[in-house]
Design a protein around this ligand. Structure first.
Ligand SMILES: Nc1ncnc2c1ncn2[C@@H]1O[C@H](COP(=O)(O)OP(=O)(O)OP(=O)(O)O)[C@@H](O)[C@H]1O
Ligand SMILES: [Mg+2]
Length: 504
């Protein structure tokens, strides 16, 4: 008989109003990478939280190394060698990297924290993983991608036999993804079992041995990766075939409606000049750390501008704070939804209403509930957000559906210019197409669209024009007809000579 590291059978779980899992099964062997796939809200994270003892299950059996485990708890899971890297980062922002890695199992000597020892041990783990981060850095000061690497280091530092990775690569650069895959292959060769959740299906070819697919809380199938195709996987995930991955709408480009002139804001926003014409989607490409997010933040007024001007439809707009920007009709859908985009403790309805109070309130600043309800219904419908009802906390939605709420709340108001920062991160194949359709719809309505993306196919598939950044500057611009992956990469790596020196 095949001995499994982990076996889940007939697992069910419901939350108020949702059957998140309905008699689902899964098994994991030693020395394999099992990809767990499904659309947003399919139940992947819930199943993994059950396996790692975070949620109790309503029904079903969990077996670890062949033995049934009743009432799994996080501690029991840890003792059994099951580690999980969560989809949403769970770092303590004000603690150091080492403190985060040793959280809950601090090394104490003579009644005191052995800081030096923990820093050394953390440094060891990071080095082993090829991650160049000082263990004494405060986590809150690190970029999202670096925080994600710390989270991975933390999970690996416990010597887990079973490693669950819930979308570990969504915030990583190509190089970091490569490093992670090297680590994953090494762990597999050492006999670990890895459950890998990702919406980036093209990654699977590098690591996946088998795939298990869920849809709407139901178990669909398990296949050897070698015996299937992406097309088949997608059709199992979605329950239908997706024809166009990058729907295109052609509009005759009109006048320039949005302009950024000589914008400077810190080290990563240096002399930025760009424009968007009516009927045009402009993509900003570049490597992680090129200053793309910082540029959108400076435009929107989150970070102070040192100099520069923003023009909207021929008018100079003075943006000192986000409110100024929103009032002018320029909105930003940010990169880090948990930190900047959502109030996870508020309901979906409130989250959508929050930036739209000016529209929803009457002169006495009383919210018009009917309007609020209609606005929510419309948004939920347009973006096909999966939820039991709009009064539940944003925290209870699946990761991808949270992202849709962030996008949706800005679309609910009639903005003139929408900036998106990585709009499809963590979003499933079908919902991505919905977001592209929305961007296309904005373009058709004459609303300017500027979007930052690290996904090359998406940049090439959706933009009409591509602006490439490197090291805080714009290094080139390509009309879509002339753009290729190679040209973009070339522009994205045009560091100034002094930087070349430092990295050489
Ligand atoms: N704590 C919770 N309270 C209420 N409902 C929840 C909770 N956690 C998950 N759900 C619901 O359970 C269903 C499955 O969610 P889950 O997070 O497992 O999906 P997922 O497959 O991980 O999706 P994604 O790809 O978007 O991360 C969703 O409908 C979600 O809204
Ligand atoms: Mg999830």
């Amino acid at each position: 008989m095949q001995e499994y590291l982990v076996e889940l059978q007939g697992v069910s779980k419901s939350f108020p109003g949702v059957q998140a899992l309905d008699h689902v099964q899964l098994n994991l062997q030693a020395g394999e990478v099992l990809a767990l796939l499904g659309e947003n809200g399919a139940g992947k994270s819930t199943l993994m939280k059950i396996l790692s003892g975070i949620y109790p299950k309503d029904e079903g059996v969990t077996r670890v190394y062949g033995n049934a485990v009743e009432n799994m708890t996080p501690q029991k899971a840890r003792e059994l060698g099951i580690a999980i890297i969560h989809q949403e980062l769970n770092m303590c922002q004000h603690l150091t990297v080492a403190e985060n890695i040793f959280l809950g199992r601090e090394i104490v000597r003579g009644g005191r924290l052995a800081r030096r020892e923990m820093n050394a041990a953390a440094g060891e783990v990071l080095r082993h993983l090829n991650i160049d981060i000082d263990p004494e850095t405060i986590v809150g000061d690190l970029q999202l991608s670096k925080q994600q690497m710390v989270e991975i280091a933390k999970a690996l530092s416990t010597n887990a036999k079973v490693l669950i990775m819930d979308e570990p690569t969504s915030a990583l650069t190509a190089k970091e993804i490569n490093d992670l895959f090297t680590i994953i292959r090494k762990l597999r060769a050492e006999g670990h079992g890895i459950i890998y959740i990702s919406h980036r299906l093209e990654e699977l070819q590098y690591i996946a041995d088998r795939v298990t697919i869920l849809r709407d809380g139901q178990y669909i199938t398990t296949m050897n990766y070698r015996d299937t195709s992406l097309r088949e996987i997608i059709s199992y995930m979605v329950g239908r075939e997706i024809k166009e991955k990058f729907p295109r709408v052609d509009c005759e480009p009109g006048d320039v409606i949005f302009e950024v002139k000589n914008l400077n804001a810190g080290r990563l926003v240096r002399d930025i000049n760009l424009s968007v014409r009516q009927g045009e989607i402009v993509g900003i490409a570049g490597l992680m750390g090129a200053g793309r997010t910082e540029t959108t933040r400076a435009i929107f007024g989150v970070d102070p501008k040192v100099s520069g001007e923003i023009w909207l439809r021929g008018q100079h707009v003075n943006i000192r704070r986000p409110e100024d920007s929103i009032r002018a009709g320029i909105v930003l859908v940010p990169e880090d939804r948990k930190r900047d985009g959502l109030c996870v403790k508020l309901s979906i309805k409130d989250n959508i209403a929050l930036p739209n109070l000016d529209i929803l309130c009457n002169r006495l600043t009383v919210v018009n509930r009917r309007k609020k309800g209609t606005m929510t219904d419309q948004t939920v419908h347009d973006l096909r957000i999966k939820l039991p009802n709009a009064d539940v906390d944003a925290a209870s939605l699946s990761g991808g559906n949270q992202q849709k709420v962030v996008v949706g709340k800005w679309l609910a108001r009639h903005s003139k210019m929408v900036l998106f920062d990585e709009p499809t991160r963590g979003i499933d194949v079908a919902a991505k197409v919905e977001i592209y359709n929305l961007m296309n719809e904005l373009k058709r309505q004459g609303i300017g669209v500027l979007f930052v993306s690290s996904e090359m196919p998406e940049i090439l598939g959706i933009s009409d024009r591509i602006v490439v950044m490197c090291d805080g500057r714009i290094t080139g611009e390509l009309p879509i007809g002339e753009a290729t992956q190679e040209k973009i990469m070339d522009l994205a790596t045009r560091f100034e000579s002094k930087i070349n020196h430092a990295t050489a």
